[in-house]
Design a protein around this ligand. Sequence first.
Ligand SMILES: Nc1ncnc2c1ncn2[C@@H]1O[C@H](COP(=O)(O)OP(=O)(O)OP(=O)(O)O)[C@@H](O)[C@H]1O
Length: 355
Amino acid sequence: MSGSIEVRGLSRTFHTTVRRPGFLGAVRSLINPERVAKHAVIDIGFEVQPGELLALLGPNGAGKSTTIKMLTGILTPTAGEARVAGVVPYEERERNARNIGAVFGQRTQLWWDLPVRESFAILRDIYDVPADEHASRLREFDELLDLSSFWDTRVRHLSLGQRVRSDLAAALLHDPPVVFLDEPTIGMDVVVKEQVREFLRYQVEERGRTVLLTTHDMTEVERLAERVVLINHGRLVLDGSLDEIRRKFGWTWQVRATLADAHAAVEPWPGVVLVRREGPQVVFGPDGPAAPTVHQALKQVIERYEVTDIALDEAELEDVMRAAYAQAGDDLAADMARDVAGDVAAQAPAQTQGG
Ligand SMILES: Nc1ncnc2c1ncn2[C@@H]1O[C@H](COP(=O)(O)OP(=O)(O)OP(=O)(O)O)[C@@H](O)[C@H]1O
């Protein structure tokens, strides 16, 4: 079965009622509710190939969870279409559920009062997994996630890391070709995070699963994803490989200097921007076509500041993403301005005719 994900023109608008302030306001809201529309996802489209891991990125409130909820069949889109392993998820929820596994880092799908292993057994029965397959898959997951050290414990007594590892195993026990992970490693310590990433890499590379992952952790993106889709204010603003994005938005060089005076004022100069500052540590990067070469930049930093240490740095993905968002924001603003200008232009002749 092909584990592809296809998304075309997908949109979702939420309608909520606004409560007016004060007692009278509350009464007025009851009699005459004021409805507002929130366009959480607007006309997005992308594809994920079978066996590919794609990171869906965006700031808080960008529309990532809403997108995943449409692809898992929890929400129905307002417009557009999605297919997951050939199935329209919100039209055939049960069929879709057999093809997908989903982990929402903040919630569990396990039975709170049962030991983990009993939850696994219930899922085996729900999905009709043959007993020998179930046992061998559990052995495989145990090797990678070390589940047996806590699988006789009730879910409510598990630590966060143990709970999410159990959730991951539970999501994959029926062998789905497509996996959705919404911030799976949120709040975990670095050791458990690494264990989970290892597990995910194995599932993609060795088992050929298709994974759509949302995360705010750029280390995770660097370790796991080759391709990213960026959404902002519900719109898709970028779809490309990490290499392309680094090339387009990354800095060709970065100079990190430690200032002798941690409180010294630091200003950018023509051709150079201040990328980051943390106390005495400052990082400079090139700015536009007038940027100096890396050798000139090193010389300029030493001439301008008293430094105790200076080094060349790899551009951090966080900085690259920040630059991509800034550019995407500019493009979006330009698009919206063009739309408004287009609307005004379209209205102008009508007004002339009318007048
Ligand atoms: N059920 C709902 N009713 C009304 N508005 C909603 C609903 N669900 C989400 N939204 C709004 O839609 C927008 C997108 O939310 P969503 O949860 O998809 O963002 P996100 O990218 O997953 O954010 P985060 O990184 O914070 O998890 C937000 O403005 C949110 O307030």
